[in-house]
Design a protein around this ligand. Structure first.
Ligand SMILES: C[S@@+](CC[C@H](N)C(=O)[O-])C[C@H]1O[C@@H](n2cnc3c(N)ncnc32)[C@H](O)[C@@H]1O
Ligand code: SF4
Length: 296
């Protein structure tokens, strides 16, 4: 982990989702009631401990839709009060009433945008396209004018994430154009072979992994959690705590659990994680290494 200490804390919330993506790495957990889920007070304690170690951003990567857990909005508002930034991953179909509260907290959102072709979107995400398109326009309206200049950086509060598969590989350009037009950062990623993606690998990737990766890389941003130094922020500069307090190797590699926040301090958990996974080189992705492997 870098000299600046713990910059990112990624927190998993209840595994509930309104979508059923064909490739979801956490598909097998969706709808399960987690045992020993952290309480709101326990999440706040973790955040306070992380602040003492240098925390600047809390990320909600989602074992589902983070905003479907009522604790998420409470934590976002709690963090805004502490001057801590928040990033939420979302499928983009969200309750319109929470948008002003998210915007007021300066929350950044990474929105799933796999395709603007209704048939391909519905096949991949398992949601009707109409409500997604409607919700997306409400998000764009709510966040209009929310980008700002900080020093030499142009900070925008919205980003889009596209996973490229055999289904949507010809749909990326219209998504990229929509993002450009609206000042949205666009990430295009290949699939990690985990969860439902492993179950449907042939249908989604098969022998086309190299081609799909080339397509993803041609769009520039390699992974939505990358920082300007080319490392995955969640992995190289942070830790991921699951809904029951377990430390995960990273949000995707959900089966690698390295201790629990109820038994260890965060500093101890960082040491355990660094011993287990010392490789934090530029463009290193624990999820890709652990799930795709040499056959790709
Ligand atoms: C698990 S989702 C949770 C947040 C939210 N429900 C969403 O889909 O954006 C977080 C991100 O992981 C991506 N994702 C899901 N399964 C994946 C996989 N097998 N490989 C790569 N990315 C995946 C999603 O597209 C999304 O951008
Ligand atoms: S990828 Fe996100 S939206 Fe899709 S099923 Fe998984 S958690 Fe839900």
């Amino acid at each position: 982990m870098g000299e600046e200490g713990l910059t990112f804390l990624s927190l998993e919330m209840a595994p509930r989702c309104n979508a059923r993506c064909l490739y979801c790495f956490s598909a097998h957990e969706l709808g399960l009631r987690p045992r020993d889920a952290l309480s709101l007070a326990e999440y706040k304690r973790v955040i306070h401990e992380a602040v003492a170690l240098g925390l600047r951003t809390v990320v909600y990567p989602g074992v589902g839709e983070p905003l479907l857990d009522a604790k998420t909005l409470s934590l976002i508002e709690f963090c805004a009060g502490l001057g801590i930034a928040t990033v939420v991953y979302t499928c983009g179909v969200i309750d319109e009433k929470v948008l002003p509260r998210l915007r007021a907290c300066g929350t950044s959102m990474i929105i799933k945008m796999d395709s603007l072709c209704p048939q391909h979107y519905e096949r991949l995400v398992g949601l009707p396209f109409g409500p997604f398109a409607n919700s997306l326009s409400l998000i764009l309206a709510a966040y209009r004018g929310s980008s700002e200049h900080v020093g030499s950086f142009h900070i925008t509060r919205l980003a889009a994430n596209t996973v490229v598969t055999r289904v949507n590989k010809n749909d990326i350009t219209p998504v990229a154009q929509l993002c450009r037009k609206n000042g949205i950062i666009h990430f295009v990623e290949t699939l990690s072979r985990a969860g439902a993606a492993a179950d449907h690998w042939d249908k989604l990737v098969g022998k086309e992994y190299a081609e799909l990766r080339e397509i993803a890389e041609s769009y520039g941003h390699w992974v939505s959690s990358a920082t300007i130094d080319g490392r995955c922020g969640l992995y190289a500069h942070g830790i991921t705590i699951d809904v029951n307090g377990d430390l995960l190797a990273c949000p995707t590699a959900r089966w690698i659990r390295l201790g629990n926040i109820c038994d260890h301090s965060i500093a101890e958990l960082i040491a355990i994680r660094n011993d287990a996974f010392p490789n934090i080189a530029e463009h290193y992705c624990a999820a890709r290494e652990l799930t795709v492997g040499p056959e790709a």
